[in-house]
Design a protein around this ligand. Structure first.
Ligand code: NAD
Length: 371
């Protein structure tokens, strides 16, 4: 085990940690059900070769806070599969079905998509155990990555934040680390508002263009399974270079802990919009706050995807989700930033108070905080 499970526990959870191992098919996974006081947890299944218990727990906690802040009737959980997501499809299907089948009696967790999994994987899980969210359209799902639910919510968080910093959206320069489902839709929505994408990165490296990159071309390349660095125009730089390019808005939309004390001083942006979950360490966020850089924390800014998933679970239509995401995220961002200014705290501290307050009030109304 890579972390002491007891050392992770605090007053909110985790409710339970389940290790799943099936050596005959190479299945190694973990489920963390963090807190279910408000309702059964919703959280993604992440598939990556280097996932850990600690990462799974921190992501599960982020879901507890995100779902509570968004006012969803769901707690927080997360599952991880330690495997290469680009492995051959039948092997991937076997692992995902195996993980779901092993956890078929778990009442407190609803699988959703995350890095390394998609709506097809959710369809396998639904077929295996009868429920999941983030399903394909033909199974009654709302394909949240295809419609850009998370990027849509981040756009609205950005629109609330920029005037507070005295920045006009027209011509604002953005740099996106991780041009996947979250990053590319955010870039598209901001581009539609007049922003300029100056840098985008993926596992192939960083593409930089001082005068702006061609957002449509980059989206086309990603759809074709290629790297942003294959674009016709733009300067090819190393993967880490995306952190140091000059811009007003910096968007981490890939992995956790990409900005730490060691590299935080290299960020030039005035606003950080957290598309990824836990992309900055707490220390890095505090250093930025002291420097006057505003950081919109993950569990407020990137809640669009789970709002969409929860609405799908409760039978909403695709047309309804955009308005609800915009409404919830605008209201939460505004409340968080107003409290943060009034009480001289970081936005994360202000948002934590909002979310933890909702979870602890719900915990007081239950005989057990466990489902
Ligand atoms: P994705 O797999 O569609 O895209 C990830 C992208 O990041 C890919 O283009 C990949 O090449 C790139 N990448 C991976 N490692 C990188 C690195 N070290 N440097 C630069 N680029 C790298 O995943 P996604 O759905 O866009 O999710 C991205 C992040 O956002 C994850 O942390 C996820 O948990 C979080 N998130 C996703 C959603 C959602 O709706 N999909 C919602 C909330 C949070």
């Amino acid at each position: 085990m890579d972390a002491d499970a007891f050392a992770l526990a605090d007053e909110l959870g985790p409710a339970r940690i389940i290790h799943v191992t099936e050596p005959t098919i190479g299945l190694r996974g973990i489920l963390v059900v963090d807190n279910v006081a408000i309702g059964p947890s919703i959280g993604g299944l992440r598939m990556a070769p280097d996932v850990t218990l600690e990462e799974c727990f921190r992501l599960a906690r982020a879901m507890t806070l995100k779902n509570a802040a968004a006012g969803l009737p769901h707690g927080g959980g997360k599952s991880v599969l330690r495997a290469d997501p680009s492995r051959e499809a039948t092997q991937k299907e076997r692992l995902i079905r195996g993980m779901a089948y092993t956890l078929r009696h778990e009442q407190g967790y609803i699988f959703g998509p995350d890095m390394g999994t998609d709506e097809r994987c959710m369809a396998w899980i639904k077929d295996e155990i009868g429920q999941s969210v983030g399903l394909p359209r033909e199974l009654g799902g709302i394909p949240l990555d295809e419609i850009g639910a998370t990027g849509w919510g981040m756009r609205h968080a950005t629109e609330i934040a920029l005037p507070m910093l005295g920045i006009d959206i027209s011509g604002v320069r953005i740099a996106v680390q991780g041009f996947g489902a979250v990053g590319r839709h955010y870039a598209r929505f901001l581009h539609d508002l007049g922003a300029v994408l100056v840098a985008a990165s993926d596992t192939g490296g960083t593409l930089y263009g001082r005068g702006g990159l061609d957002v449509d071309e980059l989206i086309g390349l990603k759809r074709a399974g290629r790297s942003v660095t294959d674009a016709l125009a733009g300067e090819r730089l190393s993967g880490d270079a995306v952190i140091v390019v000059e811009c007003e808005i910096w968007v981490p939309a890939a992995r956790p802990d990409v900005v730490t004390r060691a590299n935080v001083d290299r960020l030039s942006a005035r606003l950080v919009v957290e598309g990824a979950n836990i992309p900055l360490t707490d220390e890095a966020e505090r250093i930025l706050h002291q420097r006057g850089v505003m950081v919109l924390p993950d569990f407020i800014a990137n809640a669009g995807g789970v709002i969409c998933a929860a609405m799908e679970y409760h039978g909403a239509t695709e047309g309804e989700v955009f308005a609800t995401i915009a409404e919830k995220i605008r209201a939460n961002t505004d409340e968080m930033l107003t409290t943060s200014r009034r009480e001289q705290t970081t936005p994360r501290e202000a948002a934590l108070r909002l979310a933890v307050g909702r979870v602890t009030r719900a915990m007081q109304t239950r005989r057990w905080s466990l489902l």
